[in-house]
Design a protein around this ligand. Structure first.
Ligand code: 5CA
Ligand code: ZN
Length: 406
């Protein structure tokens, strides 16, 4: 699948810093990639394209874009893969409810997502991979799991036996009770009869009337959700890549199951070095979600004339690990900040530019502390100084590291 247009990313002078991120699995900071490793490798779970990009999605992709930018700043080659869940129950249900072809709905929403990401200056992944174009790959991953003895059938649907992975549970560290209730809430079927363990997850759904299906050695059907991400990540990044990312709503079951599936299929551990999760963005007291319909859409805000750089700054004003609720003042405050910064870089001089850039690098490499990074630029912008190079340097760093073009 074609991704989107790459923004220009200036090279910023001055010493870069190594990135530390909070890892959900170990519950503490990890340095990724570890020193002396090759390319930095990241997989971020992509959209299910049945509705437009909302501020929660945008927050997620902007957060992982910072990681991409910090790695590049540190001189790493970055291998970045993102999927598109372009066949799944919610997409098929929305298409049926609105009387459009599911493939048309997906194509339309993917195109809108590309435009939103371009406007927000998010660096595209090298590999932007739809599930529909990966059916053979996913079926192959299910066959690997069969060879590992981790698959059984319930009335023709194939299930992954979580007991096959001794490390199952080590991404979320949730107790079974929590796992069971989240599994039911997030697309799982703990109560289906015939399953060996309520937490076993669907790998391959045999063809149902009126649903899309593909021929495969597993029979006609379509893939289950979690194994898609295992298969796509393994194909394009390989095992033990640096960052597995997404929103915190994916910690369980999605990232737990994707990791287990890949670990059992390959016999190697772990799937990723760090599991990094963007906290939930909400609206009016609830998580923003396509299924609930409480959405602030990036495309609508853009159409209404909002500057995409103000939208990006509004997202960056919240630390990625804290849940927050979108309000209209987020955008107003961000626009005001953007105006101040734009004014400040047109000055003939400013306070020490290298020091401001280093403060931004220090903040961002410390688990993406965007709040501190923005505050460092606020301070620089509101102070006078005689560094003639500073305005251009700060503008360059704000563009390269924060992704905000002034
Ligand atoms: N296709 C799957 C992942 S394989 C999926 O979760 N799609 S999605 O369209 O529902 O979400 C896309 C990305 O945005 C995911 O990483 C998800 O965790 C994240 N996300 C969804 N809602 C929010 C929200 N309210 N706040 C922050 N991130 C969110
Ligand atoms: Zn995923």
């Amino acid at each position: 699948m074609q991704a989107w247009t790459e923004p220009d990313i200036p090279v910023v002078p001055g010493p870069a810093r190594r990135l530390r991120l909070y890892d959900t699995a170990s519950g503490g900071p990890v340095e990724v990639p570890p020193a002396s490793d090759g390319p930095a490798r990241m997989y971020v779970c992509g959209i299910t394209p049945y509705d437009a990009t909302h501020m929660g999605h945008a927050a997620t992709y902007v957060t992982f874009d910072l990681i991409n930018r910090l790695w590049r700043d540190a001189g790493h080659e970055v291998l970045y893969t993102q999927n598109i869940t372009d066949v799944d129950d919610p997409l098929l249900e929305r298409a049926a409810a609105t009387g459009v072809e599911w493939t048309d709905l997906a194509a339309e929403e993917i195109q809108l997502f590309r435009e939103d990401m371009t406007a927000l200056r998010v660096i595209p992944p090298q590999h932007y991979i739809g599930v529909v174009e990966s059916i053979e790959l996913v079926a192959g991953a299910v066959e690997d799991l069969q060879r590992a003895g981790a698959v059984y059938s319930v009335d023709g649907d194939l299930y992954f036996a979580v007991k096959a992975d001794p490390a199952f549970g080590s991404v979320s560290n949730y107790d079974r009770e929590t796992m069971r209730s989240l599994f039911a809430e997030r697309g799982g079927d703990p109560d289906r009869e015939g399953k060996q363990d309520p937490l076993d997850s669907l790998l391959w759904r045999h063809e149902r009337p009126g649903e899309p299906a593909w021929d495969s050695p597993l029979g006609r059907g379509r893939p289950g959700w979690h194994v898609e991400c295992s298969a796509i990540a393994l194909e394009h990044l390989g095992m033990t890549f640096d960052v597995q990312g997404g929103g915190s709503d994916l910690i369980f079951p999605h990232h737990e199951m994707s990791a287990s599936g890949a670990q059992v299929a390959t016999g190697k551990y772990p799937f990723a070095r760090a599991y990094v999760h963007q906290a939930m963005v909400g609206l009016d007291g609830e998580k923003m979600s396509k299924s609930k319909g409480n959405l602030v859409l990036v495309s609508k805000e853009r159409q209404a004339g909002s500057d995409p750089m103000a939208i990006r700054l509004a997202l960056l004003a919240h630390h990625y690990r804290t849940d927050w609720f979108w309000t209209s003042s987020d955008l107003l405050d961000a626009q005001e900040r953007l105006d101040v910064w734009r004014g400040a870089i047109t000055r003939g001089s400013g306070p020490d530019g290298a020091a401001a850039v280093d403060a931004v690098r220090a903040a961002l490499t410390n688990d993406l502390d965007t709040v501190a990074a923005l505050s460092a630029i606020d301070t620089w912008a509101s102070t006078n100084g005689d560094d003639l190079e500073a305005p251009a340097l700060v503008a360059q760093a704000v563009n390269a590291l924060l992704g905000v073009k002034l």
